[in-house]
Ligand binder design. Sequence first.
Ligand code: SAM
Ligand code: SF4
Length: 329
Amino acid sequence: MIDKFLRTIRYLRISVTNMCNLRCIYCMPPQGIPLMEHKEILSFEEIATVVRHAVKLGLTNFRLTGGEPLVRRNIDRLVFMLASIEGVKDLAMTTNGIFLKKYAAVLKKNGLHRLNISLDTLREDRFSRITRGGCLKDVLDGIEETLRVGFPNTKINVVVMRGINDDELEDFALFTLERDVEVRFIELMSSGMKSMADDNKFMPTAEIFEHVEAVGELIPIEPKIGSGPAKKFKLKGALGTLGFISPVSKPFCSNCNRLRLTSDGKLRSCLITGGEVDIRTILRTNPTLVPEGIYQGGEALTHAFEHAVSLKPPIHSGVTHMAMHTIGG
Ligand code: SAM
Ligand code: SF4
């Protein structure tokens, strides 16, 4: 599918739940969010139907996200279902890593290709404060298990916040010396969370880069065609790499190749602006769509995808008060 600004759409990010076992200060309110009724959430069969249809429309890359995808019961079964669909070239997951020690092996066995793990600090007390109660060791154990079971191209997402974790950028860079991971520094996006409202916590990539450069020479890495929005580097002699992602100071909209599916079945055209199309209603009013392999009536889904693609804005406004837990970041 090609949108009206000539961007080819190949990538669907799928939020499988808006629930989470953490309450990161930039993402969730302390009390969490209201529970959705089970029937509001797309079933695994419905998600698989959407993915099968997306493949027919030319999408090849898929990512499971949340909320926290590993809190969705039997998520390993969904991974198996999606990995088995012919035409799914890349199936990845973004997770906070808390449950990875338990899940990494079965996710690998069931066909997941890659993992992105979010980790904003390497200090225990700080981790507990940023996530409002999480345990750092769970994530570190999860990362080691991910590497042990042989996932390639593992990425560690670090949201940089001035005055909160900006004194750890060097430590994160050093983390790549002996681990084959890509640490990616991400600019903080405005989420409307009260905890972050006393602004000035935003730090632009240019400044983040200066801090990281202090550790040692950063050797640029040529981007692979179709690789994500990160600018990549390597410290001399390091096993892993470093990436810098600038959704605020340098939005990557001109190369945007993605759509998003929320856990309650809205196909969103953009993380920030643009519109959304309700595909849950389509799935449930065309029940023949749901059982495996049956596509009668699939035109409605095709139209929904086309509509969502047509709503993609050329560039987002950069200003958002978006609850990331709803659309998966
Ligand atoms: N729970 C999973 C996790 O934390 O990896 C997946 C969902 S989370 C919403 C996806 C990503 O969005 C995480 O890497 C998180 O750090 C990022 N994120 C959430 N709120 C953000 C914000 N305000 N600015 C930048 N990144 C944000
Ligand atoms: Fe949960 Fe991920 Fe949001 Fe943190 S960033 S509260 S782990 S959904």
